[in-house]
Write a new protein. Structure first.
Lengths: 299, 430
């Protein structure tokens, strides 16, 4: 007994502060949030106990999921995530592939591609709000003006103001910011493949395509999966970029995180908490299988 | 090995101790700062979103008067910048929730306070109205709008008018429109807007969703009149009725004259379009006058400011006001601040600098600018109605629902009848 305590005690004591902090501030608050989401606290008076509140279990979730406006938000989130993911993966891979072979000035290109990631979403959002101005023809500014100047008038469009697909325009700055990061991941992946493998493939008479298809790509798939998870969960939580390009009330660019903010500022804590839980589940759907997989491999 | 084990547990122990100590000292510091009221060390934390521009200048002027009237109380500026007040409102919401209220905070007078009132976070200040003799100082219409179930929860510092139509005189003249003409009805106005649109000018500038709600409220006011407009908020006017349908059709028509990049702009950019001559008209509250004046524009020659067509004789008001939260650390300080805010001297100093007009009717117009004098005259004689877009008419949740419905309609995702039923549902919900 004392022996076990001596063996387990010190490490446990060392871990205790962070275990307690994570327990309270992450898992504890998730539990509180879930608790709030199962009540009918839709007004300020109920939060302070001036008026009674009841447990309504999953009514808030059912109401939200059945609501047209919230379905629009979810659809927007899905579109945004799809475009954001495809965009960063394609661009990131392309850049990494171009830089993979030793070329002159590689360091410079690498920095150029990576730099946008150093800018905060809020700061770049302000600039992209100007670039993505929806004025056309005479009142055109930003990218639309650039299209005019270069004779590409037909490309002018109203960007994020399209009520069905506008949200994908906001994925453009997101792709611009994070492609460099995905490039760095892929580049590390490429560099991690030993030269012997390529040489062996060449010796066996593989063409370049076959080399990529059967030797390099399989080695890169764990990297691609990591990129998918990292970008995917970032995209699901997107809020700051959307808020600084658009406004919380603009219907075109509503996503669940924006709805959560609006509910919170309306003192409707139950619905805000319910959206928080929905987002948590969405992210968990993406992240948990990945964690399980990694865990298994490490064993 | 024994040594390392010992060191390990010692390090852990020290870490735990340090964390606990840190937590303790943090909390004791906080309470020390808050409870230092009483005696000569009195101070008042005034929470506002007046952190820049003419608002900051107004607050500074008010603080000067406060320091003259109450030299023994220290003013602590709790201004929070950002998001046209939304950052401050977010923070205020959390502070009140955590029972850590400032001594007094700024809020739009009217229904915007209802959530805090219902949550029992505000004190009734009607005794102060008697103590400071304010019941006669403010117009009767305003007193009615401030009173909730016989109690009053805030003291207004200044008043703005929402139903103002701004126009660029030069643009109107170029297109053969008399800039000094006033329009009796929306239809007369729309005729001129048609002419401007044909001439290739943006007839009416508007910005993001809340400014569209602002335009909507002035059109509802124009078509329904003051009484039926007031009825929208107390349930006596039917949102699903034909009158409202007609008004919403007018709103749809007005929106058809506006700039297409509106959702990406905020009000200063929409007003700037009029100043720059890129648009002929703009409907905005009278804080816009500062933007014109700062750029050397003259009222009457370069730009005009008239009531929105069809709303002449009605003053669509919004007011900033100060409150007395339950559990204010220094209530005496807060009372002193409210006394300065409500005094004729304080209101004059504040409003001359900020560009709004005093909520009191006894201020001397000679101290104010040309536009402010016209606003003060209207304020003294017009019917006063509460603004929708600025929290006077409805609580926050209702306004958010109305704004969402408006954005849904103007972005093309909902048709007029859906819009109307969504508006009805938004107001009925609470």
């Amino acid at each position: 007994m004392t022996h076990t305590l001596k063996r387990v005690g010190p490490p446990l004591l060392l871990l205790a502060p962070s275990l307690i902090l994570v327990g309270v501030f992450v898992y504890g608050l998730i539990a509180v949030n879930f608790g709030t989401s199962t009540t009918d606290i839709h007004t300020a008076a109920q939060t302070t106990g001036q008026e009674p509140s009841n447990t309504v279990w999953f009514d808030n979730y059912l109401d939200l999921l059945g609501n047209d406006a919230f379905q629009h938000s979810l659809r927007n989130l899905l579109l945004y995530t799809a475009v954001f993911l495809c965009g960063t993966l394609v661009m990131g891979f392309l850049w990494a592939w171009l830089l993979e072979r030793p070329i002159r000035g590689e360091g410079i290109f690498r920095s150029i591609y990576l730099f946008p990631m150093a800018v905060s979403f809020v700061a770049s959002g302000v600039v992209w709000r100007w670039l993505l101005n929806s004025g056309q023809d005479e009142s055109a500014t930003g990218l639309n003006r650039l299209f005019q100047m270069t004779g590409l008038d037909f490309l002018q469009n109203n960007w994020w103001n399209n009520v069905d697909y506008g949200i994908t325009a906001i994925a453009i700055p997101a792709i611009w910011q994070l492609s460099g990061y995905v490039m760095a991941l892929f580049l590390a992946g490429f560099r991690g493949i030993p030269d012997e493998l390529r040489e062996a493939a060449r010796m066996d008479g593989a063409t370049t395509w076959q080399l990529y298809r059967h030797v390099l790509f399989p080695q890169l798939s764990p990297v691609a999966l990591s990129a998918l998870i990292i970008i995917g969960h970032m995209s699901l939580k997107s809020f700051d970029l959307i808020m600084s390009i658009s406004k919380p009330a603009n219907y075109q660019t509503k996503v669940p995180a924006v709805d959560m903010y609006v509910f919170k500022s309306s003192f409707d804590y139950a619905n805000a908490a319910a959206i928080g839980s929905i987002l948590l589940v969405l992210v968990a759907v993406v992240v948990v299988p990945y964690l399980v997989r990694t865990n298994r491999r490490e064993r | 090995m024994r040594v390392t084990h010992k060191t390990g547990s010692m390090v852990a122990g020290v870490a735990v101790a340090a964390l606990t100590l840190g937590a303790c000292s943090g909390s004791s510091n906080d309470s020390g700062g808050d409870s230092s009221g009483g005696g000569a060390g009195e101070q008042v934390e005034v929470f506002t979103w007046w952190a820049a521009g003419s608002e900051k200048a107004g607050l500074d002027a008010l603080v000067n008067v406060f320091e003259e009237q109450h030299p023994d109380i220290e003013f602590v500026n709790g201004a929070v910048a950002g998001g046209a007040g939304s950052a401050a409102k977010d923070l205020l919401q959390s502070r009140l929730q955590a029972n850590d209220p400032p001594d007094t905070f700024q809020a739009h007078a009217g229904m915007e306070l209802l959530d805090y009132i219902n949550a029992a976070q505000l004190q009734d200040v009607s005794p102060l109205y008697d103590e400071f003799n304010l019941r006669e100082a403010f117009p009767a219409d305003l007193m009615d709008l401030l009173t909730h179930d016989g109690q009053i929860y805030s003291i207004p510092s200044n008043v703005h008018r929402a139903n103002v139509l701004w126009a660029n005189s030069g643009v109107l003249e170029e297109n053969g429109i008399d800039p000094n003409a006033t329009y009796a009805s929306l239809d007369d106005w729309f005729a001129d807007l048609d002419a401007l649109q044909e001439a290739g000018v943006t007839p009416l500038s508007v910005a993001t969703a809340w400014t569209q709600v602002h335009l909507l409220e002035t059109i509802l006011l124009a078509d329904l009149g003051a009484d039926a407009y007031n009825g929208l908020w107390d349930g006596s006017t039917d949102w699903e009725g034909a009158d409202v349908s007609a008004a919403l059709e007018d709103f749809e028509q007005a929106m058809s004259y506006t700039n297409t990049d509106r959702d990406g702009l905020d009000w200063p950019e929409a007003t700037q379009m009029v100043i720059d001559g890129n648009a002929a008209f703009n409907v905005m509250g009278d804080w816009a006058v500062a933007a014109f004046e700062e750029q050397g524009q003259e009222l009457g020659t370069d730009f005009t400011a008239n009531p929105v067509p069809g709303t002449d004789g009605v003053f669509d008001f919004l007011a900033d006001s100060f409150t007395l939260p339950v559990g204010a650390p220094d209530e005496e300080g807060a009372r002193a601040w409210l006394e300065t805010v409500s005094s004729a001297e304080g209101q004059t100093a504040f409003n001359v600098a900020k560009g709004s007009i005093p909520a009191r009717v006894d201020a001397d117009p000679a101290d104010f600018s040309a536009y402010q004098q016209t606003a003060m005259e209207s304020y003294g004689q017009d019917t006063i109605v509460p603004s929708l877009a600025h929290g006077a008419a409805v609580p926050v949740a209702e306004l958010n629902a109305i704004t969402d419905a408006t954005s849904r309609f103007t972005s093309g995702a909902a048709d007029l009848s859906t819009f109307q039923s969504e508006l009805a549902a938004a107001v009925a919900a609470s």
